[in-house]
Write a protein that binds this ligand. Structure first.
Ligand code: MN
Length: 756
């Protein structure tokens, strides 16, 4: 500390300020002792304070306090983090170059090159204005990260500065509050997280929350407070049990405590998982601090022994630390009253890293204070930081550097920019269509193209962090149904559908009618449309009327299959309720479409074993036949759906929704053989008469054909689509063999979701 030329010239009593004890102590020591007895650290700290005090004299903050209160608070935060005297000095001096006449050279001559570097770095960063629309965002980011990679302590000082400014934000005007809070949420809280300084991150997030979503913040405060005593009592009991168990196991628990999570964390969870407050069950958490890694795992076993663990909630961040070095074991257990509790287990060192992150390195390193502040390339634990520095040297292309850095800073969302420099956050995988709809519904509806970073791109390309996105609109532009395939945000998808609903009503109704008429047949179509069962179908599908239902079919919100299946159901129920013969064609329709064996509402024998008394339906995707292995799937509100085993629609159904089922041997229904629909596709040489031959062979076997269609293409084999009613697997196999024997038949296959 040779650079310090002056000695203390102000007595601590001069300050009519409420100074923190540690500072008073330093000042007293430094003014009382001779230079031999007072440590150079104390001298540096005292003199930095006194210099800042003089320079800021006569300046006041918006709160009315003398300005010096702010640097004192910042220096205090840095001291709490374990910052060296150099950093604490920089905390006192961080605003003097910006706000007073003093030069960087003078700082260096008084306090040394290191303090100068830190103060200059922070001064540069304070010019960084994230929400500024005039400056190029990319340039800002770059400057910030270059400064950061050069000396990480600059960022830590800046974070302390920001934290104190956030704590005193109430004195600023609302617009300014909003701007600073937004910047804090988007830049500084993620940075604190990246550096692993948990205590800064949580407080910054909660303070930003308070100013950005004031109502929600208040509500969260009340909700957390409401249940506090209840929760605390529960936690105290759990903590008591764990304490005695630990003791018995011979593990010395250094600290066991229960705590509520920070407000913004709970709020985010509610938003993301669309849950209510009472559904977020880890609002309360218990933290165990033990001595060794091995004890962490033993304590975990003990916790799982004392309380029932919740499957899927265990995370081992000791074996697999987070990129910011965070380590702990996390688990969830069912507490005493049946309410889940989160448990975190870690060593003291891990705890310090969780709270102080990169700064834990300074705070708890055993060696002296002089040489422990530089993060060197040799420091194994800061790999990610070393990578930042390496990239800076390796990548000539600044843009590439930027991209890499930003990808590493924000890992859950994608942050992109409007051409004006506004920041838009989207979920990962979002495309220009999502962006367009986020800007405005009309921008989305008239989106005609996109330029990303000045270059034309296709609309389905996912956006990357830092992209500058410019949507080109056309007043005649209109959404495409195709967009639904790559819009990932629910709001964009909703708006695209809305547009189709509203703007193309007539077209949609016409398309829907066409589709449905093809399926139901011309003859009965009009009367079916007006029938009661059709109204029932519309109601059951949540549409106001039949026309809305038809329109929904037209724009693809609902499938043809669903309507037809529900209509069959409604018709059957209707027929049973009014058994008298009518001239109406619904009956014809039911017969021609080979009624699915329906649920026991009919009171007839149930061909499926294993679900007696339950409502069920045969899945249309794989058309199971008696004799084939089947499986039941529990559906919401529609009973059990019976699929063939191996149907691709069953593949991703969770195990708890599956029901083992089999066919009953009853194959008649009041004397009439029960049949099941099967769809075949037959490839034939386009010979006149082959179609007729096939039909006659089926007829020989008394197989009913309910739908047939021939597609011919020039120079290619013809395709015959056949829907037939089949009694069981044997009958199907016989028909297959018969048809295959015909010389003009090239291929025959059953159409379903099962690989045959
Ligand atoms: Mn400041």
């Amino acid at each position: 500390m040779d650079a310090i030329a002056t000695t203390c010239n102000l007595a601590p009593t001069t300050f009519d300020l409420d100074l923190p004890d540690w500072l008073r102590e330093s000042l007293r020591e430094s003014s009382a002792g001779s230079e031999q007895t007072v440590s150079s650290d104390t001298v540096l700290i005292s003199q930095a304070f006194e210099f800042a005090y003089q320079l800021h004299e006569g300046q006041y903050r918006k709160s009315g306090e003398p300005y010096i209160a702010h640097p004192v608070a910042v220096a205090g935060l840095l001291r709490d983090l374990g910052g060296s005297s150099t950093m604490i000095a920089a905390g006192f001096l961080h605003d003097v170059v910006e706000d007073t006449d003093v030069s960087a050279e003078e700082i260096e001559s008084r306090f040394g090159a290191e303090v100068r570097q830190l103060v200059e770095g922070v001064t540069k960063l304070s010019k960084f204005n994230f929400s500024s629309k005039t400056e190029r965002q990319a340039e800002n980011f770059r400057r910030m990260f270059l400064a950061m990679a050069a000396d990480i302590r600059v960022i830590v000082v800046k974070l302390a500065d920001r934290l104190h400014n956030m704590r005193t934000l109430e004195y600023l005007k609302p617009e300014k509050q909003h701007q600073i809070a937004l910047e804090t949420r988007e830049i500084f809280a993620p940075l604190a997280n990246r550096l692993g300084i948990g205590r800064f991150k949580w407080e910054l997030e909660d303070l930003a929350f308070k100013y950005l979503e004031t109502d929600a913040y208040r509500q969260m405060q009340e909700l957390v407070a409401e249940r506090r005593s209840d929760r605390e009592e529960r936690l105290t009991q759990v903590v008591g049990i764990l304490r005695s168990r630990l003791e018995k196991a011979g593990i010395q628990g250094l600290e066991i405590n229960g705590r509520p999570k920070h407000l913004y964390g709970i709020y985010r969870k509610m938003e993301r998982q669309h849950k209510e407050f009472h559904e977020i069950y880890d609002i309360a958490a218990v933290r165990l601090i033990v001595q060794t890694n091995e004890e962490c795992y033993r304590a975990l076993a003990m916790v799982h022994d004392a309380f029932r663990p919740i499957p899927g909630r265990f995370k081992d961040y000791i074996g697999l630390p987070k990129p910011n070095r965070y380590q702990s074991l996390h688990t969830g257990v069912i507490g005493l009253t049946g309410r889940p509790i989160e448990v975190q287990i870690r060593t003291l060192e891990m705890h310090h890293i969780a709270e102080y992150g990169i700064a834990a390195h300074w705070k708890y390193k055993e060696t002296g204070s002089s040489n422990n502040t530089q993060i060197t390339a040799e420091d194994e634990k800061f790999t990610w930081l070393r990578q930042l520095v390496d990239w800076q040297h390796d990548l000539k292309d600044a843009q590439e550097y930027m991209d890499t850095v930003k990808d590493n800073l924000f890992d859950e969302d994608v942050y992109v920019f409007t051409p004006n420099g506004d920041v838009i956050d989207l979920s990962r995988g979002a495309t220009p269509i999502d962006f367009a709809y986020r800007i405005h519904t009309e921008v989305g509806n008239h989106c005609a193209g996109v330029r990303v970073n000045g270059q034309w791109r296709v609309l389905d390309n996912p956006l990357q962090n830092g992209d500058i996105v410019e949507i080109i609109t056309n007043k005649n532009g209109r959404p495409s149904l195709d967009w639904l395939n790559f819009a990932v945000t629910p709001s964009a998808q909703y708006r695209i559908r809305q547009w189709f609903k509203r703007s193309h009503r007539e077209e949609n109704v016409a398309r829907g009618r066409e589709l449905l008429e093809k399926e139901l047949g011309k003859k009965s179509f009009e009367s079916l449309l007006k029938s009661e069962p059709m109204k029932t179908v519309a109601e059951r599908c949540n549409y106001h009327n039949v026309e809305d239902l038809i329109a929904a079919l037209g724009y693809g919100e609902i499938t043809l299959n669903l309507i037809v299946n529900r209509l069959r159901e409604a018709l059957r129920v209707g027929l049973e309720n009014e058994p008298q013969e009518t001239e109406l064609s619904p009956k014809e329709f039911v017969q021609s479409c080979s009624p699915y064996p329906q649920s026991p509402i009919s009171g007839k024998s149930n061909p499926i074993a294993g679900i007696e008394g339950l409502m069920y339906r045969l899945a249309g995707c794989c058309d199971p036949l008696p004799g084939e292995p089947i499986i039941g799937v529990v559906t919401r509100g529609r009973g059990i759906s019976i699929h063939r085993q191996g149907c691709s629609n069953v593949e991703n159904v969770p195990g708890e929704q599956l029901v083992p089922v089999s066919w009953n041997s009853t194959d008649t229904d009041n004397g009439r053989p029960q049949t099941y629909p099967v769809t075949l596709q037959i490839e034939v040489l386009d010979r006149v008469g082959v179609f007729k031959d096939i039909l006659s062979r089926l007829s020989d076997q008394h197989i009913n054909v309910c739908h047939a269609q021939v597609k011919t293409q020039d120079g290619k084999p013809a395709l015959i689509d056949l829907s037939i009613d089949i009694k069981d697997r044997q009958q199907l196999e016989r028909s297959f063999a018969q048809i295959k024997k015909m010389s003009d038949v090239l291929n025959i296959r059953r159409i379903s979701q099962v690989d045959e």
